[in-house]
Design a protein around this ligand. Structure first.
Ligand SMILES: CC(=O)SCCNC(=O)CCNC(=O)[C@H](O)C(C)(C)COP(=O)(O)OP(=O)(O)OC[C@H]1O[C@@H](n2cnc3c(N)ncnc32)[C@H](O)[C@@H]1OP(=O)(O)O
Ligand SMILES: O=C([O-])CC(=O)C(=O)O
Ligand SMILES: [Mg+2]
Length: 292
């Protein structure tokens, strides 16, 4: 089970963060070349990220490397892509993805660069960030635009601007979250929620994490290392869930021996989707531990 609960952003221009971020052990590290990097630092940040991607500390860490490039419509996007594909990045995150054609255009360039630098064609994976009404309306087309896509992410700050509103209690994101999730599940790829910007508000962060976990997101974009353990813990199944899932699987196996498709456990019906859910809980506990 590939876990992508925590995707930690860090500005590609910040050499100190680049040289230490792996110690926090997020599931994925997202080096940003887009909005967290000022115009005058675009070139130096690209170079820093190129070298970070080649450091053994990242290559051998087991942490997935992602780079958020600038859109290809800017003077920086293509240079970013050339650098990071050649450096061996695992996933390219395309910001402000409005249509499936944005993904097609990216994929064509990635394939060209892979051929030019001798990297295996298809080995660079993609993710698309949806940051506008257009992106949300086209979410299914975007999510199914390329076999290279590992997931789609909702990006809340640009999205609420496009919707002429602001971040609040989550009501303003409800439709977009559901649309992104359905598109991802339809395409059988991962779905990632927005960043939570107040790094000192643990209660607010955990409330949002609880909501998106229950909706079905795989994880969330993060901006600070302090958010990682909070998120991992909240995504881990509870001991109670693990114990119950073990009883469900045992009851199902017992039923199978007796040739029964449906059995009862303490008066509750146990059939195929319940058994499958129990197995998922047990796989999650194995991969991520039990909630503390
Ligand atoms: C809307 C968007 O586009 S969001 C995506 C782009 N944004 C980003 O990438 C922002 C990433 N986050 C940050 O830059 C910072 O966490 C901030 C500015 C939000 C907060 O900064 P601070 O208040 O200084 O953070 P804090 O005090 O928690 O830092 C503690 C330590 O964690 C490190 N740290 C903080 N954020 C990160 C990060 N995202 N990645 C790696 N290390 C980090 C700091 O360098 C510091 O290290 P040190 O103790 O060795 O000096
Ligand atoms: O991509 C993200 O998660 C953050 C972002 O740009 C936004 O919220 O606009
Ligand atoms: Mg944005």
């Amino acid at each position: 089970m590939k876990l992508r609960r925590s995707m930690l952003f860090l500005p590609g221009s910040n050499a100190a963060m680049l040289s230490t971020a792996f110690v926090y052990k997020p599931d994925s590290i997202m080096f940003d070349l887009e909005d967290a990097v000022s115009l005058r630092e675009k070139d130096s940040a690209r170079l820093l990220v190129f070298h970070a991607l080649r450091m053994p500390a990242y290559r051998d860490s087991g942490i997935e490397t992602v780079v958020r490039i600038n859109p290809l419509s800017t003077p920086f996007g293509m240079k970013d892509l050339e650098a990071v594909v050649r450096a061996g990045v695992e996933v390219v995150r395309l910001p402000k993805t409005d249509t499936a054609d944005d993904v097609h255009a990216l994929e064509a360039e990635v394939e060209r660069i892979e051929r030019e630098c001798g990297r295996e064609v298809g080995s660079t994976r993609l993710m698309a960030a949806i940051e506008s009404a257009s992106g949300v309306v086209n979410a299914v087309a975007i999510a199914t635009a390329s076999k290279r896509l590992i997931g789609i992410a909702l990006a809340g700050f640009d999205y609420v601007m496009d919707m002429q509103t602001e971040r609040g209690d989550g009501t303003e994101l409800f439709y977009a979250r559901c649309a992104v999730l359905h598109a991802a599940r339809f395409a059988k790829i991962d779905a990632f929620d927005v960043v939570f910007s107040d790094v000192n508000d643990d209660d607010g962060f955990l409330k949002e994490v609880d909501l998106i976990r229950r909706l079905g997101f795989n994880g969330k974009s993060l901006i600070n290392p302090r958010q990682i353990d909070l998120l991992h813990n909240a995504f881990a199944p509870t001991q109670e869930e693990v114990d119950y899932s073990r009883r469900v699987v045992a009851a199902a196996e017992q039923g199978e021996k007796q040739g029964l498709g449906v059995v009862s456990l303490n008066g509750k019906m146990i059939d195929a989707p319940v058994i499958e859910h129990a197995r998922v809980v047990l796989r999650r506990a194995e991969a991520s531990g039990v909630r503390q």
